[in-house]
Design a binder for this molecule. Structure first.
Ligand SMILES: Nc1ncnc2c1ncn2[C@@H]1O[C@H](COP(=O)(O)OP(=O)(O)OP(=O)(O)O)[C@@H](O)[C@H]1O
Ligand SMILES: [Mg+2]
Length: 245
């Protein structure tokens, strides 16, 4: 059944393995994200969270299975996956600092040819992030940290993604801006029905917006379930993982 049918899981990952050279980092992850769901991925530093997103966006080679609707994600280039609707906002944001805000947003749509659709999506990005509209001619490098994060997500939206992979969107942002950004991520998810996988150190906030959560430790899933259940298990998680959820 295709993800567009509104039926079944949008992302289905089974026995996902990945690493760098001889170093195995992911030791077989099983993970499901329902269509239009927000899934939080939590875990300590070095657990493999970023590597998991890289495997899903083709930046590192993944083995096992990862299907988005009826599309096999593994074994494709990042470029091919972007065209199939996988948008990855990497750790550190990945905006082109020398280019203007407008140029960065246009690059987000580089694989698309539908001019009208692109114009509509640009309007959508301006709607979600009005501050970007005021900064269109400014070099991305001159934006504040929060604005750069908004630009990175805005650029990802220009792909009209079916799956949005966000790596630590709150990194370096104030608590207030972080809450605001998560509010926007939630409304994007609700309005566009985009499935979202969000890796976060701020477990509290991530569990507030997510329906489902996975906790990763040294390349394995050690805890998973509905977000409220993981939140309720916070004490267990704290004891188990040595950090507070
Ligand atoms: N390019 C790379 N080459 C070799 N090893 C790497 C590379 N990137 C990450 N690793 C290793 O893979 C492991 C998992 O790293 P990863 O970045 O996926 O963790 P993470 O859960 O995202 O951590 P953090 O919370 O610090 O961002 C770590 O041991 C790390 O040192
Ligand atoms: Mg990381």
């Amino acid at each position: 059944m295709s993800a567009d049918s509104g039926d079944g899981a949008a992302l289905h990952v089974a026995d996902l393995r990945a690493g760098y050279g001889d170093a195995r980092v992911l030791h077989g992850l099983d993970l499901t994200v329902g269509r239009g769901e927000i899934c939080a991925v939590l875990g300590p530093n070095g657990a493999g969270k970023t590597t998991m997103l890289r495997a899903l966006s083709g930046m590192v080679r993944g083995r096992g299975t990862a299907r988005l609707g009826d599309i096999d994600l593994l074994g494709r280039s990042p470029d091919a996956l972007a065209r199939l609707g996988v948008a990855h906002v990497p750790e550190g944001r990945g905006t082109f600092t020398q280019l203007t805000v407008a140029e960065n947003l246009r690059l987000g749509a580089y694989s698309r040819r539908d001019r009208d659709g692109i114009a509509t999506d640009l309007e959508r990005v301006h709607h979600y992030f009005p501050v970007l509209k005021e900064r269109l001619r400014q070099p991305a490098g001159s934006l504040s940290g929060g604005e750069q994060q908004m630009l990175a997500i805005g650029r990802a939206l220009m792909l009209r993604p079916r799956l949005l992979l966000l790596d630590e969107p709150s990194l370096g942002l104030s608590p207030k801006l972080t809450r605001e950004l998560f509010g926007i991520i939630t409304s994007i998810n609700e309005r566009e029905r985009t499935s979202v996988v969000v890796v976060e150190q701020n477990a509290h906030l991530a569990l507030d917006v997510a329906q489902r959560a996975y906790v990763l430790e040294t390349g394995r899933i050690v805890l998973s379930g509905p977000a409220e259940q993981i939140r309720a298990d916070a004490q267990v998680a704290g004891a188990y993982l040595g950090y507070r959820v």
